[in-house]
Design a protein around this ligand. Structure first.
Ligand code: ME8
Length: 523
């Protein structure tokens, strides 16, 4: 939006293909999608990556349980994540699968580089492992219940004893702490940064990075009895997708990543192991890892055994895609845990989308259609005090000028991944616009002061154009529809175009409702 064009790289976690996607997976990718769309609309060069994590014991076991060959099984489940991306209207530039050849090449290259740098040695692992988390746990982290041993995450653990290669993570403790100090924005939100730092301060041990007790993984170069630890394999996806090990490839311009979006459950892997691997390999470290919170369903933990897993596709079928996209980012401050409540979804959809935004657009556009021959009027008189107050409140720097501050504020908030705050700000402006239309009553002016009515409608049209533009990344389809109804040309829908007013006399198509209200007995 301002300043020079930058290359921006945004990623989601690559999801395990042990089961079909649910609302949590949809949520992380949605956040990345909105930011990708915003940056593109600001004129930046964006690469947005998502995909699937296909190796490891967890996936191997899921395939076994269904009596399927792991490759065939992952082909099927990976496809359901691809379909989710299409149904959620994500604008990802690539979809990576860790069973692809390009990825195996990148993993081997990274391994060899770490080995050449003296960061890897062969030893023996003996300790606890949780297949569900694909993570090793120290003896002091283990809890016992009814004779069963568990990780702090609640995942059952098993005792593993096998030959293993190790990464010298213990040597990186001080360097990691110095890195966090030098890069205060690397881990967000701040509370999570403190957690990671105290974990690192408490001491790091060398990390087992290969397994020998199963086969479904990337083979260790030069020692095929070992497959790589699935997290070393998985994290590498972020550079595979940019052409690593060829650092001269065009896509390499996107490294380091601007934001790795992750859930809080996998922050440690991204904030500790990943920068350590990269520093050890002599590669630049990502700029930020943002760990968002955890969704529950009507107050309960989401779990298959409770049978309360929220299927994003069912939600889309019931409420429409854009209301679901809007709700997920509007309802809960990004970074905090959130509870999914149907009642809240219906309330937001009816109150904010249908009433506040939908009605405003419909009333304004219907009045223009009926009373201005369906063409865009130009302001005639100098703005009144009420007009100036309204235009300023809805983001215009001045009554005649550009919608500077709203766009700049939304930009600043989105650069900190404050999606909810950006939406709150936009909807506060929309409420101002509703106040203005109620006070000015253009429908009454049509009998008393036609020129004034035209001016009021024009100001409302300008405000609606700003709202539709800044909301485009959140609700792409519906906001395109609104921009069509506002007669904003396809080439004038980015942020820079907002400074150029639409010419007088543009023909507007007949308006139609943007959102359907929900009459919800279940809410
Ligand atoms: O961890 N609320 O994959 P995964 C919010 N393959 N977000 C949720 C959620 C919930 N209830 N449930 C899941 C893995 N998520 C690894 C990642 S990356 C190199 C490898 C989201 O399929 C959230 O983003 O278990 C979480 O981090 C991710 O799904 C875990 O997906």
């Amino acid at each position: 939006m301002t300043g020079e064009r930058r290359s921006i790289y945004l990623t989601t976690p690559i999801y395990y293909v042990n089961d079909k996607p649910h609302i949590g997976h949809a949520y992380t990718s949605l956040a990345a999608d909105v930011l990708a769309r915003w940056h593109r609309m600001s004129g930046h060069d964006v690469h947005f990556l998502t995909g699937t994590d296909e190796h490891g014991q967890k996936v191997e076991k899921a395939a076994e349980a269904r009596g399927m060959d792991p490759q065939l099984f992952t082909d099927t489940v990976s496809q359901s994540f691809r379909e989710l991306a299409v149904r959620m209207n994500y604008s990802n530039d690539d979809f990576i699968r860790t069973s692809e050849e390009r990825h195996k090449r990148a993993c081997a290259a990274l391994w060899q580089r770490l080995e050449a740098n003296g960061e890897i040695y062969l030893g023996h692992y003996e300790g606890w492992y949780a297949v569900r988390d694909e993570a090793f746990y120290g003896p002091d982290e283990i809890m016992e219940k009814d004779g069963q041993k568990f990780a702090p995450t609640g995942a059952p653990v098993e005792w593993v004893r096998e030959p293993s290669y190790f990464f010298r993570l213990s040597q990186w403790q001080e360097k990691l702490l110095a890195f966090y100090e030098a890069n205060p924005d690397f881990i967000a939100p701040q509370t999570r940064r403190n957690e990671v730092m105290s974990f690192v301060k408490s001491g790091l041990t060398d990390l087992s990075i290969s397994r020998t007790s199963f086969k479904w993984g990337v083979k260790v170069p030069g020692d095929e009895a070992h497959v790589m630890y699935v997290w070393l394999d998985a994290l590498t996806n972020y550079i595979t997708a940019l052409g690593y090990p060829s650092e001269t490839e065009a896509l390499w311009r996107f490294w380091p990543a601007d934001v790795h979006f992750v859930g809080k459950d996998i922050l440690r892997f991204h904030a500790i192991y990943w920068p350590a691997f990269l520093m050890a390999a002599g590669l630049p470290t990502p700029r930020r890892v943002f760990a968002h919170g955890w969704w529950t369903n009507e107050g309960q933990k989401i779990s298959k055994s409770l049978g309360n897993v929220i299927d994003p596709l069912a939600l889309i079928d019931e409420f429409g895609l854009d209301p679901v996209r809007f709700f997920l980012l509007r309802e809960v401050p990004f970074g905090q845990d959130g509870d999914f409540q149907r009642k809240a979804l219906v309330g937001r959809l009816n109150g904010e989308l249908a009433d506040a935004l939908g009605n405003l657009a419909n009333r304004t556009l219907s009045l223009i259609q009926r009373n201005c021959e369906g063409t865009l009027p130009a302001p005639v008189a100098a703005p009144t005090e009420a007009d100036t107050a309204f235009l300023t409140a809805t983001g215009h720097a001045d009554a005649a000028g550009s919608p500077a501050w709203l766009v700049e504020k939304v930009d600043a908030l989105l650069n900190e991944q404050k999606f909810d705050a950006a939406l709150t700000l936009i909807f506060t402006s929309i409420r101002e616009a509703n106040g203005y239309i109620t006070r000015e009553q253009p429908w009454a002016l049509k009998k008393t002061d036609l020129a004034r009515m035209r001016d009021v409608l024009r100001h409302l049209h300008d405000a609606l154009r700003v709202f539709a533009t800044v909301l485009r990344p959140f609700m792409p389809e519906t906001m395109e529809k609104l921009l069509d109804q506002l007669a904003v040309p396809a080439g004038a829908r980015d942020l820079a175009a907002l400074t150029t007013p639409l010419p007088e006399g543009v023909a507007l198509p007949p308006p139609s409702p943007l959102f359907q209200k929900i009459q919800d007995a279940a809410a």
